[in-house]
Design a binder for this molecule. Structure first.
Ligand code: DGY
Length: 326
């Protein structure tokens, strides 16, 4: 509690210190008001729902000295364009990894036991007599979890999954370095070989031009029959038509999803699927993570704007060097 109050006070102090600031006052995304509203600012803090494409970044670069996003993911920002226009982009790594890994475990557990279906039945008044075969789920102990993307969130998930008795395999561009590796984690050099052994599969890789659409019908078809599919990263890594078809046909036995292609307009076919837990992109939504996310980006902007000091949560540090040497 103390740390939350303290964090809020620090946040306000930073905002006041940075300069005059203006806050988009509504809950819904800023949309087309963005251009007029952001005109003339020195720095901009955006949400994952705000798209910073090339034209917007070019316009911003005429007056702004930095951009920050209140998210670890930055697929909504054209980073190459930001770098070309000399705009540093800050984000929120590390501080949300535990919260998102907890959400991944929540989805794995819920999908394995169909807790959403069981709860819906109870709430709908359908709780009949006890039966030894009703709502039979899958025990996790001894099963194999495949983690696609062994970054900070993937590693935080792996540690938790080991505690649940899962065997953990992963695919990443490269294996974890020897000093950061855990001998209990098994590396796969291809996504295909990971999929083939994943009784539970979790998408933790970021959305990039290389990973977008990677989980297509062919690759989803490599999962063992009845596998559990979980996604806490971004919806656009997955071919949703193929996923929906595989769940409806029972080839994928259960799913836990926090992210979708067209958020918040989820494909309505998901709502009808059995054995599927659906969350509205709440991966990092804990008080602790969201407070820390605010602080890390505000502190980075403050250090950069007032003191010209870089922070290591800058996605394109070459822009800092360029601007410092100007
Ligand atoms: C993140 O930080 O990237 C979360 O997914 C919120 O968008």
């Amino acid at each position: 509690m103390f740390s939350t109050v303290r964090s809020r006070l620090i946040t306000i102090a930073i905002l006041v210190a940075i300069a005059a600031f203006s806050l988009w006052p509504r809950d819904e995304p800023i949309g087309s008001a963005f251009d007029s509203w952001s005109r003339g600012c020195d720095a901009l803090l955006v949400m994952a729902t705000d798209r910073l494409d090339r034209p917007r970044l070019q316009a911003l670069a005429r007056h702004a000295r930095a951009v920050a996003t209140y998210s670890v993911g930055y697929d909504h920002i054209d980073l190459d364009a930001a770098t070309e226009f000399g705009l540093p982009v800050f984000h929120t790594p590390d501080v949300l990894s535990d919260a998102v890994a907890e959400t991944a475990m929540l989805l794995i557990l819920s999908a394995a036991r169909d807790s959403s279906g069981a709860e819906a039945l109870l709430r709908g008044g359908g709780w009949g007599p006890w039966s030894p075969t009703r709502f039979l789920g899958k025990q996790l102990t001894g099963r194999t979890l495949g983690v696609f993307g062994m970054g900070r969130i993937g590693r935080a998930l792996a540690q938790r999954a080991l505690g649940f008795g899962l065997r953990v395999h992963y695919h990443n561009r490269s294996p974890l370095p020897a000093n950061g590796n855990d001998s209990r984690l098994t590396y796969h050099s291809t996504l295909e070989s990971l999929l083939e052994i994943s009784e539970v599969f979790c998408v933790c890789a970021p959305s990039t031009p290389q990973t977008r659409g990677m989980l297509d019908a062919h690759r989803l078809g490599l999962l063992p029959p009845g596998a559990i599919f979980v996604n806490i990263s971004r919806g656009d890594l997955v071919d949703e038509d193929a996923l929906i078809e595989a769940i409806a046909a029972g080839r994928i036995g259960a799913a836990g999803l926090d992210v979708y292609r067209n958020e918040p307009r989820i494909d309505p076919r998901f709502l009808k699927l059995p054995h599927t837990t659906l969350l509205p992109h709440i991966g990092s939504a804990t008080t602790e993570a969201r407070t820390a996310m605010g602080l890390i980006v505000l502190q980075a902007l403050d250090r950069w704007l007032r003191e010209g000091q870089p922070s290591d949560n800058c996605l394109n540090p070459s822009t800092l060097q360029r601007r410092t040497s100007e």
